[in-house]
Design a protein around this ligand. Sequence first.
Ligand code: AHR
Length: 326
Amino acid sequence: MLKRISAVVLGGLLATALAGCGGDGGGAGSGDDDGTITLGFAQVGAESGWRTANTKSIQDSAKEAGIELQFSDAQQKQENQIRAIRSYITQKVDVIAFSPVVESGWDTVLREAKDANIPVILTDRAIDSPDQTLYKTFIGSDFVLEGKKAGEWLVAEYQGTTEPVNIVELQGTTGSAPANDRRDGFAEVIKADPKFKVIASQTGEFTRAKGKEVMDAFLKAHKDIDVLYAHNDDMGLGAIEAIEGAGLKPGVDIKIITVDAVKDGMQALADGKINFIVECSPLLGPQLMELVKKVDAGESVPERVITEETTFTQEQAKEALPNRQY
Ligand code: AHR
């Protein structure tokens, strides 16, 4: 049965199209006779190289798994994501998955999905609701651990130094799980040594443009920056432009740690402009589709599926670059 989605036109970029809903498992499924599962996916946006790779992974994997994908781009706005989820509920898709822009404010819409008997899967980012019955599972990275890995590299790098180490931090989207957790994980590790001082911390919204803008301001306000910790590669890459614009050498005059390990970030690392990258894998599509099939069939799934990740030094980036998928 074909249904036309109610108008969910999110700033002209929403990719949601005509919906063919089906499925005969655990979801509400509007009941296609061919048993095809329909997945409504509400994506954060297209703010970074990571996000582009994540979207591609989801789209390719859905195709490969024979799952019909309804996809929307929320342009980093929670209200757009909520609207998209409501539209998926109206369409009676079989399963809803989304990567929450921010951590709070999801209970109402997720209760609506639950009341409609549509299972929800969180991907990439968590929510802070105490009601864990609102979603079936969460697949994604351990962002606190990522922040800790960044901090541990820094501690090792400055071992034996007693001089103050002045750090500026480019945070991700305010209120998002990766911004909160990467900040906290990093802070927890560096607090053990008072020589590490975060002298400025501001959101760069996970984008290259904002990363450059905020780093420009940091450089004007502080003449003594030793280290930049950017919550993703894109902000780090924007900051590199600002640092070079100020006549300084990124990776040398200011050491740079980022998170993600997308190709552009890895290239900058191999070129010596970034010093260390903590990997965050965007390739969640294949595992997500497995989970979608299971929850649609009413099978049990683990509460939490953590993705495997590593870290890269400059040497390791040179080795890994030729085979980097994204
Ligand atoms: O939620 C994952 C984060 O979102 C990535 O690290 C960042 O690049 C993206 O925008």
